[in-house]
Design a protein. Structure first.
Length: 255
């Protein structure tokens, strides 16, 4: 039976499960994350470029009279991170206005800014400010606008799965499925595994006689886990409310 989850931060964390209708579950799991929600999550993080690289699967720039220019989303996020160390990046998401990103930089950051403008196929702005409108519709995009394709919760689960330290014998015996190597979105994510219980994990679970955990010192993987659980909570909230009369199973998580 499909299950929705909600997670609260407590001294003894628990995960609560509420049964969901199958169609609701598939829709919320596999549909792309709404662009407005993705922009809000990017803007709210102290390293927005990291969240951008995780949430955005593909991006391109609409061009006048030509095919869209494909852009490496991970490289865009990397350059944006370099600029944001000294300059200013403002992510704008307003239901009554447009989604946008406004990037400002100093003279010292001009080489990086030129690389970013070149990556996007745009002219280098003399005022050292890039104002980029953002959309998820390639059909409605206007020239110079960024077209972003977001990942789904299912995509993020696969990113996390590829980062797990699963022993080869579990794959050989069919206990686990072999997954492709971690993509650029998951290259800094590490879900460790061993037969012994970890000493001080951020979160841990035991499965098939083996412990899997996120180290309490692994900031990037903790950020990924928090992002994933936040998205699950937000995307399934309406379904949870619709099933408020259903049974609830609460399970304590290992520490």
């Amino acid at each position: 039976m499909p299950l929705s989850t909600s997670i609260l931060v407590e001294e003894n964390p628990t995960i609560a499960y509420v049964p969901l209708d199958g169609e609701q579950f598939i829709r919320e799991l596999l549909f792309p994350i709404p662009l407005g929600l993705a922009m809000l999550l990017v803007a709210d993080d102290y390293e927005p470029q990291s969240i951008f690289a995780i949430l955005i699967e593909k991006m391109s720039v609409k061009q006048e009279g030509a095919a869209p220019r494909t852009v490496d989303a991970a490289e865009f996020a990397r350059l944006l991170g370099e600029l944001d160390l000294h300059g200013s990046t403002q992510w704008v998401s307003d239901p009554n206005q447009e989604n946008a990103v406004v990037i400002r930089w100093s003279d010292a950051d001009e080489p990086v800014a030129r690389k970013l403008a070149g990556l996007l196929g745009l002219r280098y702005p003399s005022d050292r400010v890039l104002r980029l409108r953002v959309t998820d519709s390639a059909v409605e995009a206007v020239p110079g606008e960024l077209v972003l394709s977001t990942r789904s919760i299912g995509d993020l689960l696969r990113v996390g799965g590829a980062a797990m330290d699963v022993p080869s014998e579990h794959i050989d015996t069919g206990l686990a499925r072999a997954l492709p190597a971690a993509s650029k979105a998951g290259r800094h994510i590490a879900i460790q595994g061993s037969r012994s219980r970890p000493d001080d994990p951020y979160v841990a679970v035991k499965l098939h006689g083996r412990w899997y955990w996120i180290a309490s010192t692994d900031i990037r993987t903790k950020r990924f886990f928090k992002l994933l659980t936040t998205l699950i909570s937000v995307r399934l909230s309406d379904s949870i409310q619709g099933n408020s009369q259903g049974p609830v199973l609460t399970i304590p998580t290992a520490r």
